[in-house]
Design a protein around this ligand. Structure first.
Ligand SMILES: [Zn+2]
Length: 475
């Protein structure tokens, strides 16, 4: 039994735990405030506070002692030069933990841990808003500790306005769903936005881009593939799975254009002539003429000259495209993210708060692991008008199919991604659908009536009730 054992091992071996706390301490010193789980924050506090105390005595010895723990010279400098000055007259208690709620996936308690003396400086701007909040709180009839935030955020530019209108759209939807008893969720603010990726709740204040973990614009599909901003994700999530995974999809789509010899494209190639390898470019002109260009820059000039002599008419030349650094998994997760966010756009929070979507959220936050079942996407040959979110009705295959088109500016490709419904495990569904498509060589699925495409699922009670009923009948 673990009597008198106050150390939380955080489910890690000793060295793993030390490494984790060391990394987190560095982040805290750099950013002054980080988002983490409550358990980790409590352990971090015990880890970092002695280091801060140590920094009050600026000697080579204490710097070395601290470096041994942090392993980051910039953090050590920041700690001894800057942080130690600010906290000089405190006798401990340098950090503050602010609980912000539970994570949607595993219900873990999430909080901010911050350096106290920095918080005051950071909050200088929003202080007025805080005072306003307190006054209006008394006015709320429910007596609940809610923040009235209609005047919290004043848009300054076009992007601010965009963010505010998206915020309003989904916050209204969430309120509507709760008031009509469609979902049961404890909302932290009168107007609440839930980040679809981490499931954390945000108030209108988070639209302020200077706030810690602000809400940022997200495009589904990615902007460079024809999408435009339609949802918000928090900065943390955007850093983990925003541009990083989208970029793989974008470069792959552009690469596919080049490989298809679409006019006005250029592609790096490797050519083999007479056993000699040359690097070059293949250029497709506007009129379709294909040119292979070799530059002196990429090749040895003498060798290039020698080889060019040997090139004759009708000669067969081996050519390979130079591969770009695309991680196939990330490319797939970008498709998953696009499908998931389009699903949010169409159905609001009516379904995505269900636990069965944790699978997607977990996958998007961990692009290096494979969590979501393989084979969830395909390239259907439907006309562009088919773009939309559908329910697959076939018995045992009930799922959601999101169809969307990616546009590189030179070509268009339609993609379909399957998302789960809270009825049956997605893995089985995908396997069955895949087998069916392989066997019948056509698209053999029955989709929920066409009128669903134009139906409003954000604020129409009738449509929502019908949708929930349809799902319940299939349980
Ligand atoms: Zn988030």
């Amino acid at each position: 039994m673990r009597h008198n054992n106050k150390i939380n091992h955080l489910g890690r071996t000793h060295s793993h735990r030390e490494a984790l706390l060391s990394n987190m301490a560095v982040s805290l010193i750099q950013h002054k405030r980080i988002l983490t789980t409550l358990a980790k924050a409590k352990e971090l506090r015990k880890y970092v506070e002695p280091l801060i105390t140590k920094s009050k005595e600026d000697t080579t010895h204490s710097r070395r002692v601290v470096f041994k723990k942090l392993r980051d010279k910039y953090a050590v400098t920041e700690l001894f030069n800057d942080i130690s000055q600010k906290i000089g007259n405190r006798l401990g208690g340098y950090t503050r933990i602010i609980k912000i709620g539970n994570r949607l996936g595993d219900n873990a308690s999430i909080c901010f841990i911050e350096l106290v003396d920095y918080n005051e400086l950071m909050l200088k701007g929003p202080k007025q808003a805080m005072a306003k909040t307190r006054r209006s709180r008394k006015k709320t009839e429910t007596g609940l500790e809610r923040e009235l935030n209609s005047t919290d955020f004043v848009p300054q530019n076009t992007n601010d306005k965009k963010r505010l209108s998206i915020f309003e759209k989904y916050a209204t939807n969430l309120m509507f769903l709760k008031e009509n008893g469609f979902i049961n969720i404890e909302m932290k603010y009168d107007k609440t936005y839930i980040c679809p990726i981490c499931g954390c709740q945000f108030s209108e204040k988070s639209l302020d881009q200077t706030s810690e973990n602000s809400l940022t614009l997200e495009d589904a599909p990615p902007k460079s593939l024809g999408g435009s901003a339609n949802v918000l994700t928090c900065k943390q999530c955007n850093n983990t799975c925003g541009y990083k995974i989208d970029s793989h999809l974008v470069s792959r789509m552009k690469e596919l254009d080049r490989v298809k010899f679409i006019p006005e494209t250029e592609n790096d190639i490797i050519v083999k002539i007479d056993g000699v390898t040359l690097r070059g470019k293949i250029k497709v002109e506007k009129d379709g003429t294909i040119k292979i260009l070799h530059s002196i820059k990429n090749n040895h000039p003498l060798q290039l000259g020698e080889i060019m002599e040997k090139v004759k008419k009708d000669m067969v030349i081996d050519m390979n495209f130079l591969k770009r650094n695309v991680i196939p998994e990330n490319l797939e997760y970008a498709l998953l993210k696009t499908g998931y966010l389009l699903f949010l756009e169409k159905f609001g929070y009516s379904l995505i708060l269900d636990n069965c979507y944790n699978l997607i959220r977990e996958q998007l936050l961990n692009p290096e692991k494979r969590i979501y079942p393989m084979g969830f996407w395909f390239k259907p040959l439907f006309p562009r008008e088919m773009n939309g979110v559908y329910f697959v009705c076939d018995k045992g295959l009930e799922s959601i199919l999101v169809l969307f088109t990616l546009n590189t500016g030179l070509s268009e490709t339609m993609f379909g991604t399957f998302l789960p419904l809270p009825i049956n495990p997605l893995k089985d569904v995908i396997q069955k659908i895949d087998a069916k498509i392989q066997k019948e060589k056509t698209f053999p699925l029955t989709l929920y009536p066409q009128e669903q495409k134009i139906a409003d699922y954000l604020s129409d009670k009738g449509n929502l009730a019908a949708m929930y009923k349809w799902i319940e009948e299939r349980r």
